[in-house]
Design a protein around this ligand. Sequence first.
Ligand SMILES: Cc1cc2nc3c(=O)[nH]c(=O)nc-3n(C[C@H](O)[C@H](O)[C@H](O)COP(=O)(O)O)c2cc1C
Length: 228
Amino acid sequence: MEVFCGKKSDEVLDYLLKRRSANAQDLHAPGPNDEELERILAAASRVPDHGKLVPWYFIVFHGVWSEQVGTKLAEIYKAENPQASEERVQLETTRFSRSPVVVAVISRMRRGNKPMWEQILSAGAACQTLSLAAHASGFGASWITEWYGYHPEFKAYLDLDERDHVAGFIHIGKPGAVPEDRPRPPLDTIFTNWREGAALHKGDAQFDQDKFGFPETGFDVSGLNKTK
Ligand SMILES: Cc1cc2nc3c(=O)[nH]c(=O)nc-3n(C[C@H](O)[C@H](O)[C@H](O)COP(=O)(O)O)c2cc1C
């Protein structure tokens, strides 16, 4: 197999510069067939991975099993929201079956000596590569997590354990409408040419304080550097 590194491709670059997620509510049949899906997953499994830990795996939802999962989701939602409207419960029922294929990318912590943070990053890379590969195969893709990506009962139903986290549910199908673009961060707010003493453009003024009123410091991120 020929391996690419540093091969010029204006098409790929142009695509990356114009990439947009599809709308998860607007992805229709046909989804990728088995062969296409296998290629999409193979692309996702080539992401950088410090320590070769393979700290992720994929669960594919399609057909009747997407409906089955939706039934479970609606059951959990209804139990926690007894006042929920029929319409809302119906929405929960169709969360997975509304797209022809959904791939859950699960971040799984391995025991090696590499920081958890790096293992999580690798799972994020798998999500994005999977989405890009789906696009390059002629489909739209949408990376979501929603409330159920964090719900203990739903995670247990899927057979996830304490080492597993939902990095994303990637919905794949033929997009109805191509969504309008959205504003992207001005590059000069998020990059700095390094020199000693330079004030780094960290985007704080635009993306912390103005938007959310966050202080500049005060996050506890210490846990992410732990190796185990
Ligand atoms: C980890 C992660 C989880 C996300 N979860 C959701 C979600 O649950 N619902 C949602 O509407 N968008 C979610 N998004 C955002 C969409 O994937 C997408 O980025 C957004 O709709 C903007 O579209 P764009 O990718 O074209 O800029 C998530 C993104 C990431 C990286």
